[in-house]
Design a protein around this ligand. Structure first.
Ligand SMILES: O=C(O)c1cccc(C(=O)CC[C@H]2O[C@@H](n3cnc4c(=O)[nH]cnc43)[C@H](O)[C@@H]2O)c1
Length: 230
C-alpha cells in the first residue's frame, strides 16, 4: 500500500518521521519512507490553501496513492476540544472564500456563485466518506482559512457563520483535490492552540506533536501487516 502524507511544514511531522525508515531518492519536495510493508511519501507544501492545492494536484498527476493523509496541528474553536486532542476532520469549509458586503461576509454559496450541492460540495461542505468508522478519534468539522485568526471580533463571526470545531490553513484544499481526483484521504490534526486572541505563549505544539505521532502510528498499524507482539 502506498500512502502520501501532506504537511504544511517539516516541523509538524518531524517527530512522526523519526519512526519511519527514510529511503534515499532525490525528488524534492517529496521524500520517501518505509514502515513495515507500507510505502510512504511525504510532501511538504508550505502553509496555506494555494500552495497545498498546487503541490498536491501536481503530485497526484504523476503518482498514484492508495491513501492521502493531511496531518499537522490545528486551532480549536471550543474549550471542550482541548489542546493535545487528536481529531479526525470529516468535513471542511473554505472560511474566507466569498464576498464582503456592508452587512457582512457571504460565502460563495450565499452569494450565488456556487450551488451548495455542486460536486464535490454537499450542502456547502466538503465531506470525507472514507474510513470514518475505523478511525478511533473524535470526528470534527474543519474550517480552512488563509489567515490564522487571532482577533475576538472576527472569531465570533466565524463561529456564527460556520459549523466548525477546528481551524487550519490547508485542510479544505486537500479535501477538494482528493475528492476531485477520487483519491481516498484523511485529515488528522492535533490541537495545538485555541482560536482566540493571538497569544502563542499559550500554544502547546510539543504535546500536540507527541499525540499526533502516537495516533498516526496507530492509523498506520491498521493499514500495515505488522508482526503481532505476543
Ligand atoms: O506564531 C508562532 O509563533 C507560530 C509558531 C508555530 C506555528 C505557527 C503557526 O501559525 C502554524 C500554522 C500552521 O499550523 C496550522 N494551525 C495551527 N493552529 C492554527 C490556527 O489556530 N488557525 C489556523 N491554522 C492553524 C495551520 O494549518 C498552519 O499550517 C505559529
Amino acid at each position: 500500500m502506498k500512502i502520501l502524507f501532506v504537511a504544511a511544514t517539516c516541523f509538524e511531522l518531524k517527530l512522526f518521521l523519526e519512526n519511519l525508515e527514510e529511503i534515499e531518492g532525490e525528488n524534492s519536495p517529496v521524500s520517501h519512507y518505509r514502515w513495515h510493508d507500507l510505502e510512504i511519501d511525504l510532501i511538504v507544501t508550505g502553509v496555506g490553501l494555494s500552495f497545498t492545492t498546487y503541490h498536491l494536484t501536481r503530485l497526484l498527476q504523476k503518482e498514484k496513492y492508495d491513501l492521502v493523509i493531511n496531518a499537522g496541528i490545528a486551532g480549536s474553536f471550543y474549550d471542550e476540544l482541548s489542546i493535545g486532542t487528536v481529531v479526525n476532520i470529516t468535513s471542511e469549509q473554505f472560511g474566507d472564500l466569498g464576498i464582503e458586503e456592508p452587512g457582512g461576509f457571504k460565502t460563495l454559496f450565499q452569494a450565488g456563485f456556487l450551488k451548495e450541492d455542486q460536486f464535490p460540495f454537499q450542502g456547502g461542505k466538503l465531506l470525507n466518506p472514507h474510513f470514518n468508522e475505523s478511525i478511533e478519534l473524535p470526528n470534527v468539522n474543519g474550517l480552512s482559512v488563509n489567515v490564522s485568526h487571532g482577533c475576538d471580533e472576527t472569531i465570533d463571526k466565524l463561529k456564527i457563520n460556520f459549523d466548525a470545531d477546528v481551524e487550519s490553513m490547508e485542510g479544505a484544499a486537500v479535501f477538494y483535490v482528493c475528492l476531485m481526483e477520487d483519491v481516498p484521504f484523511l485529515e488528522i490534526r492535533a490541537i495545538s492552540n485555541f482560536v482566540e486572541s493571538r497569544d502563542t505563549t499559550k500554544w502547546d505544539i510539543p504535546t500536540a506533536l507527541e499525540n499526533l505521532t502516537d495516533e498516526l502510528l496507530k492509523i498506520l498499524r491498521n493499514f500495515a501487516t505488522v508482526p503481532q507482539i505476543s
